[in-house]
Design a protein. Sequence first.
Length: 174
Amino acid sequence: MSPKEFAKRRRQLMRMMGKGGIVILPASPARMRNRDSEYFYRQDSDFHYLTGFDEPDAVAVLVPGRPSGEFVLFCRERDPARAIWDGERVGTEGAVANFGADDAFPISDIDEILPGIIERCDRVYYSIGAHSEEPTSPTRSVPRRPSLSNVIGTTWTPATSAICCAMRPRCPPA
């Protein structure tokens, strides 16, 4: 699918939210099958619908009207040593070049960067905690709602899935 289609979907969601809102959408975590192998990776449907990005350990942030870019992607950095075992990673440069992110940062920097972005917003739409178990990856440092909810004057809405579901075209009745 064309990157333009994903950008169109993000713009549609941001129009629905309006200025002052922010969407925080984490990727599905990788699931371990046993000690040294993982299950086949399947990305979170909403995350894929909005980004097209199919790697674990990532968080998409959409902020309508943000001067330095409305689509921010936190993801794993390229690592030639890990590529032997896990496959190539897109990295922050690839997130901008191939997936249309306005800004991309290493997932390890999310605790320093995301709170500053949230401070400028009055509504947060999130699906953090949607995956039942704690991820066994760097995204475990993704701030959970209770630690972020101390941002004064911010309304928290766990509704990202409902919004994305409403955006998707429906199959005609049989």
